[in-house]
Design a protein around this ligand. Structure first.
Ligand SMILES: [Zn+2]
Ligand SMILES: [Zn+2]
Length: 389
């Protein structure tokens, strides 16, 4: 079958100490310090065998994620930008939905023909964090499209326990085609949901929310903030096209931080003005630029305000912690999307029509054009780039 493969050389940066875990597993914990000269190509790859508790899915829609872009892009020394867990070569693609085409003999939660979406995090269920209810912190984590084969392919095998039915979404949209596209947005939306509501505990209805970065995660954060009763949602994003998408999915206003700076103002000043001095009750970092965004959040913090750190960045950020004391404010680190009812709740929100992110899909490609799809996404102008099969 055809699959979109990313490969790279295992060439640890001078000074980077390769851990025992990395040597033993061949998985890079800090991918950007190990993988060099990444390449992307559509290749013929073997179909995975089906285990007794697995299902085989024919992906019907698979989004290109920011991580996929960071696999493909390299720094001046040729190292991949993505800083996380990776094992190459691998078929990429982890935001997907599809049709179950084959079911393992011990599976009773899925049937042939089911429409499903899947978690990307393959948590083991047995390590101490998993047993304590922290699947997103699993010590034996495998990640679809990062360390094990992903969904930018003609088929994918996934454990049945990671799959969630999107039948409800199909009923709402009335078309399988549109339901698959919405279904492929459940994973990135769940990442935002996990950060805002599971990790940070949400905000009170009526609160003000500021979202930094209107890529697909930021856009999901906007829609969720609106659905959860934010009185105003502000977005800071350099791309005009993305600001427009943000207003389509529920933002009250979008601002270009570069333009604000030229005008002698700042995101923090805008938030303070627009909230009559109250500040934002929740600040979502979905830009992956914390050295620039965190100071703005600090300066526009509401009492009992929260920062939700979702964007990834391998850098240290100076913070003025006094603000967090005087404002009873907190920072929440978040990664992943598994557990806590998140997938089900996101699916229900979509099925109820309270969250509709399909307007953020701006580009569609066939699997044969998947390299072009990733290339298109690197422009960071539009919304979600989707590969349809
Ligand atoms: Zn993703
Ligand atoms: Zn585990």
């Amino acid at each position: 079958m055809k699959g979109l493969v990313v490969s790279a050389e295992w060439a640890p940066r001078p000074g980077y100490e390769v851990s025992e875990f990395e040597k033993r597993t061949g998985k890079a914990v800090t991918g950007s310090s190990i993988w060099r000269h990444p390449r992307l190509s559509l290749e013929t790859v073997p179909e995975a065998p089906l285990g007794p508790r697995d299902v085989r899915i024919r992906p019907r829609a698979c989004g290109v994620c920011g991580s996929d872009i960071h696999f493909y892009e390299a720094d001046a020394d040729g190292y991949m930008l993505y800083p996380g867990l990776t094992k190459f070569p691998v078929v990429i693609g982890h935001e997907f939905s599809g049709e179950v085409v084959e079911v393992g003999r011990d599976v009773d939660t899925a049937r042939k023909g089911d429409m499903v979406t899947c978690e990307e995090m393959i948590w083991c269920g047995e390590c101490v964090p998993c047993r304590n209810g922290y699947p997103n912190q699993c010590l034996n984590l495998e990640e679809i499209g990062f360390t094990i084969p992903g969904a930018q392919a003609e088929s994918i095998v996934v454990g049945a326990r990671y799959c969630w039915s999107i039948d409800e979404i199909a009923e709402k949209y009335g078309s399988a085609d549109r339901a698959y596209e919405a279904g492929a947005l459940v994973e990135p939306t769940s990442v935002a949901y996990n950060g805002m509501f599971v990790r940070a505990g949400g905000f009170k209805p009526g609160g003000y929310v500021a979202v930094y970065g209107a890529g697909p995660i930021g856009l999901a954060a906007v829609a969720l903030a609106r659905a959860a009763g934010a009185s105003k949602v502000f977005v800071f994003e350099v791309s005009e096209a993305r600001r427009t998408l943000a207003t389509k999915v529920g933002a009250d206003a979008g601002y270009d931080p570069v333009v604000l700076q030229k005008q002698g103002t700042s995101p923090a000043q805008v938030v303070m003005e627009m909230t009559r001095g109250a500040g934002a009750h929740m600040h979502v970092e979905a830009a992956g630029a914390p050295t620039r965004t965190i100071p703005q959040m600090e300066q526009s913090m509401a009492i009992d305000g929260k920062i939700v750190m979702i964007g990834r960045a391998a850098e240290r950020v100076p913070m003025y912690l006094e603000t967090f004391q005087t404002h009873a404010a907190q920072v929440f680190g978040a990664q992943g999307h598994s557990g806590y009812g998140t997938f089900e709740n996101v699916i229900r929100l979509m099925a109820a029509g309270r969250v509709d992110l399909t307007p953020v899909i701006t580009h569609r490609f066939a699997l044969l054009e998947a390299v072009d799809a990733v290339h298109r996404a690197t422009a960071r102008e539009g919304g979600k780039v989707m590969v349809r099969t």
